[in-house]
Design a protein around this ligand. Sequence first.
Ligand code: PHE
Length: 475
Amino acid sequence: MGKSSQHRENRHHRRKEGGFTGQIGFVMAAAGSAVGVGNLWRFPYLAAKDGGGLFIVVYLVLALTFGFTLLTSDIAIGRRTQMNSIYAYGAMSPRWKFLGILTFLVPAIIMTYYAVIGGWITRYIVVYLTGAGRAAAEDSYFTDFITDPKQSVLYAALFMVLTAWIVYNGVEKGIEKCSTVLMPVLLVMVIAIAIFALTIRNTDAAGVTRTGLQGLVVYLKPDLSGLTLSRFMQILLDAMSQIFFSLSVSMGIMITYGSYIQKDVDLNKSIHQIEYIDSAVALLAGTMIIPSIYAFEGIEGMKAGPSLMFVSLPKVFASMHGIGGIVGFVFFLMAGFAALTSCVSVLETIAANCMEILHTGRRATTLALTGIYTAASIIVALGYSLFYVELPLPNGSIGQILDLMDYISNSFMMPFISLLSAILIGWVVGPDWIVEEVEYGGRRFGLKGLYRFMIRYVVPVIMFILFIQSTGILG
Ligand code: PHE
């Protein structure tokens, strides 16, 4: 069978199986992928670290320029080629087939640890469900849990199987169905907890009273004190890498999802909707987390960094007395939904690529991948106990297996892939290759001037800087 007839056959296969039913299904699934722990935990933590309102403004500007450019590229490539990353780049230009392989590696690596994080969240859902939230507020609780081989493996495997079940059921009956139910529920929950956080009033042991509303001011007010050029650059880089991660771009996920969209869907509108949902959840997560932490632990509490979600927040919930158990449960349930729809998009992308290369069916492919990734998740989960290592990373930190996987995929490979794909689109096939797809069927692409400029000039330069920075050469 020739290449092109092979691809026609794939397309045929896919249509038979069905893609997204329409714009809503697609937007919910893509937003489900985008909205994840990055929005709930990483965004608030970066905002607290990088000067509150200043970070927020920088982030939003970049989301509407960079984020929009990267997201448009991925989605349009998927819909135009009707392929997954592994063949899509080669279809754009035969010499660029290697970029497809490189892109495929990103979800293949992320999948080794995403279910482990999903497992941690699941553990906390169970803790709050069984009314043991107070125990989770102990300092050592999180460390005790992740260093317990049995527990951490059990929850990672549980999350993995749940993810696999959704992918196994297909694009329409699995992914779309689960996202269109979970995403609206998630939105309602994050709004509810954010409003609740603003009503908090707490007097600490020293007799100082702090309120959620004061915390909101801390969150939103741009803090320009001590701002230097190099500090501003750092904020810019933090915001940029957050956008990548948060929108799930440059890892083939949005290419795969794009390939499931029907031709009559308005890509431009859908892309804006995905961006709005993703940014809104990030902003609301900050509105929920920063005022709560501020009221109970003061400004110092925000310095917790990555441990914010699993260590600081349970303490805040415990200080809320009666209602804390419920708020904690809702919070972790919401985080669980967010992680699940993201994890599904990673597994789906790997499965779709494998089906395309190996010509296997969805069910067999999913089952085989479940076996492989359950094993991988177990190894990564054991990276805090049996397989404990201390790996020095190029950014100067020391990490375990999970951190290494995260560093390779997110910090190192994603900017590199974005750099190459911007060159491919901007200078080899030309931006109009994308513009034509967005405008297909006479649709309007309002920001196409911005798109052309960004993809040719701005994205390559910035991605080059990010990539160099990730290698640690600059440090
Ligand atoms: N976009 C997700 C988030 O914001 C992270 C993610 C990255 C999910 C890659 C899947 C794949 O948390």
